[in-house]
Design a protein. Sequence first.
Length: 136
Amino acid sequence: MQQTTRPEPTEEQTKSAGLFVRVLLLLLASTFLATALPLPWKAVAPALAVASIVVAVIGLVKAVRAGLPGTLRITYVLAIGAGAFFLLTTLAQVLFWPLTAAFEDCNQLAVTQSAREACLGTYEDKLMNFTNLVNP
């Protein structure tokens, strides 16, 4: 019985995987920073999240095919999860654009902690009672 072993990844494959990890981390960091921006710019975050998921999937496929170390594969899987999390949270904020815009305006004008808590309470109440996407 003969055992077959996988060939060692080439230097080019290792460099390619490193490049994918750097691009992926840049995309995830950009997505994280875009979520903190005010609403017109917050709409960029879902696109960045989708791009990070795509890069992570491509990187994962390349890592599996090249037989790269398991830690790299785990990194790509975790990045897919992080990108999906960012995608869902920012998509929800963009979907509820009028409510999020009102909350951001209220929060920006609030001076005290109690005023910020009142803004948050109002935002939560509106979200719970939100039944119409067009006319909140």
